[in-house]
Each structure stands twice: as structure tokens, then as C-alpha cells.
Design a binder for this molecule. Sequence first.
Ligand code: GLA
Length: 668
Amino acid sequence: MWYGGDYNPEQWPEAVWAEDVALMRRAGVNLVSVGVFAWARLEPEEGRYAFDWLDRVLELLADGGIRVALATPTASPPPWFGLAYPDALTVNRDGVRLTHGSRDTYCLSAPAYRAACVRIARELARRYAGHPALALWHVHNEYGTACYCDHAAAAFRAWLRARYGDLDRLNEAWSTAFWSQHYSAWEQVLPPRATQYLPNPAHLLDFRRFLSAELLAAFGEQKAVLRQATPDVPVTTNFAFGGWVPVDQWQWSREVDLVAIDDYPSESGGGAEEQTAFAADLARSWAGGRPWLLMESAPNIIYTVDLPNGPHPPSRRMHTKEPGRMLRHSLSHVARGSRGAMFFQWRAPRGGAEQWHAAMVPHAGPDSRVFREVCELGGLLARLGEAGVADSRVVAEVAVVWDPQAWWALQGSHTPHADMDYLAAVRDAHRVLWRRGVAVDFVHPEAGLSAYRMVVVPRLYLVSDRAAANLASYVENGGHLVVTYFSGIVDAACRVRLGGYPGAFRDLLGIRVEEFYPLPAGETVDLSTGDVGRMWCERVHLTGAEAVARYAGGVLDGLPAITRHRHGAGAAWYVSTELADEAYARVLDEAYARVRGAPEPPPTGVELVRRTGQDATWLFALNHTDQPRQVAATGVDLVSGEQVTGAVRLAPGGAAVIRTGAAAPPHT
Ligand code: GLA
């Protein structure tokens, strides 16, 4: 189990370093990410390297038994770089060239930037190959920066040429007959810079795809020089998550030796726990079920508080995590496969843009609640590590389809309802299953699905022909599929699939949707079940499916709202409106009950995750409420060290990790 965080000794006088290492040892820290933003200190002038200070840091850490995820500092080029290579600074959509002063100000396609990255990576690899502290390479930080400059334009065109071969195919794919956008020479094709009115969705989508590939190529160049110098040291980069991130994690996960994510829930209420579980399940799925690593999270105060029912505009305050919450969030990640818990950051800085960001050693110093909780978590992770948790796996029988390209397509399109967010739909499905205690994997729509008894497809707006065939064959072979509205609408080039919606799934679902009825905020439509739909409803015709629920009243009175279609050996459900969680849960319960029996939800507010190892199972029980809770379990609780027989009592906000199976390890 790795435990630690981003360590920025370059921000502190050397006198602090020895105290850092002593405190790290006290807290049980065994891995720190070093050098993430240290480029200016490592290469103070172009070609002049200053590694002596880093030598001393790594030596101190090695002497303290602390390993290092050594970063290449390429997310923050120093001021000299921008002055020497102004053409390598970011140009935004509006054509404004940005200046140095923050971080991530570069164009990933600029030759000077790419060359500078490879040079500093090579120097670091040369210097520290074989160093006893070196455990992992941490390349760059949160790849995701987009640029719209001429270098980006040239690289975009090269990528498009490789994808389409000739301009005719590009024109066809981008529907450029619309609004006279037909291209007659490659030079006319630009990144989607600011334009007068609605941009072309296919253009936007391909630019996102290009960025994902371009950023991955830049990562690959650094990885290659690191690999050459240190063939045995794994290489990773930390994935950021958010609507702005142009990274297809399915593709990237194949290129990293260890999937690593940063996780910053944006909500302060119970949504933070749901977001945590969501991020962790995504990471495990990207990693193909293998261990992954939570590379960053916040030990305390969290940045954004954006409550759906809160004040408008949302208040900009930060939220201080309640006692015990950091430990539960960390355990939620470990329960779902993380090889430990890492934070941003080790010591809270005095100055700089993130001076108010949480840290393991807060401004108050080690005599603080936060540091005491940091020490407690370190002790617990060490016990979990000794007891062999890392070798166990989460087994999920339900999968939710996740495709960042469908997200990008929906983001770029002027859809009939502006509130239709892809991420929200996927999170809804995950949340409902999470509350039912059902373990969930995420899957790419073209991936093998036979391991799952049920697959949920939330708002998969864009579906490739291959994905459509894959999902159909899953059902033909006995799978149970639940598809929600506005799925299967466009093809891989964002073109509507004609003949009735959802074009990709009509046969599979045994329905044909003739038209949509987007609803205004606050308006609902009644269903025959007594539930209501909101935001959206559709004129659905049955072409083989049966109606499970119908619209009641209004223009759609009596028409199907939720359907079920036997297809081959399986069944495919369709939900044509936006359901509240309880109603959505009933649909999923019913579909699930047919394949697995009714789910047994955990006590309200308790998160239960089971990990299965060769000779033991582990039950992670996290009580996210302020009331005591009880959970059935027998074994040794690694949190309290006590033997549990029949049931474990969870204190308010408390946690237990119960090991059952082979002889329990000694508790230290
Ligand atoms: C990201 C970055 C860190 C830091 C945190 C703040 O995850 O990687 O450098 O900026 O966000 O939450």
C-alpha cells in the first residue's frame, strides 16, 4: 500500500526537509511525488541543470525509507522558456496568446516544447537511474491542456489526414455541406477557434479526439526515454477528470504501467461519497480490474461547493472535511482497488496560487486534527498492506457503459435540451446502483461484456456501428441491458441515425421513437406506475417490445414510457424519460431481479464493498452518516483490531475493514 502525496521541497528552506522526513515517518508515508512543478529549479537556464538539491532530497528520503514517484516537471515550463520560444505558449480559442504566470502554459504540438520535455526527462532519467528511492516515474501532471495555435493546426491536419485519407471523406464525415463549410484544401482546416455562431459538432469532436492522441504521443516520447534508462521502473501519469479533459482514458490506460487518478469531489454533502466511489470504480475499470493508484486527493478542505439546491450563483466557499471523512474517502478508493492513498499535498505552502489548498501537514503544523488523522490513516494502510489487501479484487456483475467520446459529442452538439449532460446520466446510474450496494464496473461500449449479468447504457448519444453490434450480441447471448433516453442517436461522426430514434438500437429495443418532447424546468409528466418523468419524454412505438410503464395524460397519454424487449436469450429495457432516483432504482431492481434476485441494499448511508482474495475476503464498511450503524460481518476488523462475530457496529462516521477467510493476521 502506497501512502503519501505531492512533496515540494523546492518551496521550503533545506532546514525544513529533515523535519518533513521525520514527520513522514511518523505518519507512515512511504511514497512521495517529487518535482512535479520544479522545472525552474532543475533547469534554471536552458541547458544548465541543477540537480544537487534534488540529490540531497532523494538521499534524505531514501535514508528515511521513503520511496519516490519522480516527476518530469513538464506541466510548468519556467519563465525563460516562454521568452525563448514565444511560439510555444498556449493560444486559446479566441486567438489570445497566453503568457507565463500560472502553469500549463504551452502548446503540446510546439516542436520547441516537445523537445524541451524530452531533454529534461532524459536528464532526470540519466541522473537518477538506479537510485534506491526511485519507485515510479510520474510523467507531467494531469495532461489536458488544449491549444489552438498554428502548431496545433498543423498537427490537427496531420491527424485528420491519417484518419480520413482525403478531403472528400472529411467533408462527408463533418457534414460540411451545411452552412457552406466545404473544404477544398487542407490548409483551410483549422482547430475549432472562436467563431460567429454554433460550431460544427463533428469538427469539435474530432479536435477532442486529436488532442487525446496528441497528448498521448507527447506522453509516449517521455515514457520512451525513461524506459530506455530505467527499464524496470514503471511509468505513469495522473489522470484528471472533468468536462474539459480531452483524454480518452480507455486508450491512455493501455499506455501507462499503472493507472493513476486525481480525485477531487466537487460536492460537500453526500454527493462527495458518491463521486468518490464513482471515480474509484472508473479507475479500476480503466485499469482492467488490476490495481491502480489514487495519486491525488484533498486531505481536508475541498475546493468547490456547488450544491444543486444551494444558493444561486453557488457560493464560492471551501468546505472543511468532517473528522473521519478523509479516512473514509481513502478507504473507499482502497476498497475499489487503489494500491494506497496519495494526497495533494504534503505540506501546505505559505504562498503561491494554491496557498489555501489542503495538505497533510496544514499551516497549523503537525499539532493538528488533520495531521493526527493523517497518522491514523497511515497506520491503517500499513496494516491493510501487511494483511494482503492489495492482492484481492473487486468482482462486479453489473456494468455501466462509459465512453468519453459520447460525452464530447454531446458537449459539442446543440441538442434539444441544454440540461442533458452525459456525465450526470452516468453518475445517476452509478449512484442508484451504489445506494443499492451493487458493485459496478464501467465498460467501453465495444468491450467484451460476457462477464456481466446486467449492463446499463446511460445516455450514450454517440454509438459506433461496432458498439451497437456489440451491445446487441450481448443481449442475444443472454445479457440484460437497460438503455436510457438519447442513446444511440448519432454515429461516430455525429450524424443522426435516420429512420426513427434510437437508430443504433431500434431492433435491439423493439421500439421506434418518432419524436422528442423536451420539458421545461419544473414540469413533469405522469406515468402509469405513479412515478413522474421530467426534462424529457418521447413518442415511443412498440415494434416487438412490451410496455412496462406508460405515459398517463398529456399528448403522450397511453403511449409507452418504459419498455422491455426479449431479444435472443436476453432482454433489453428502454427508459424514455428522466426518472427520479427511487423510480430509476425500481427499474434497475426489476431488471436485476430477473438475473440475480433482488439486491440487498446496505443500511442507509453505509457503503459496503467486498474484495476477494485467494484465501480471504475483505468487507469494507463505511458509515457516512452521523448515526451509529450495524452491518452483518464475521472476522477481524483491521480498523479496530477486534474480532467481530455476527455483526460490526460502526460509529457515526466510522469505518471497518473485516477480513474473513484464512487465519487473520496479527493486529499491530
Ligand atoms: C490537481 C493538480 C495539483 C493541484 C490540485 C489542486 O489535481 O494536479 O497540482 O493543483 O489539482 O486540487
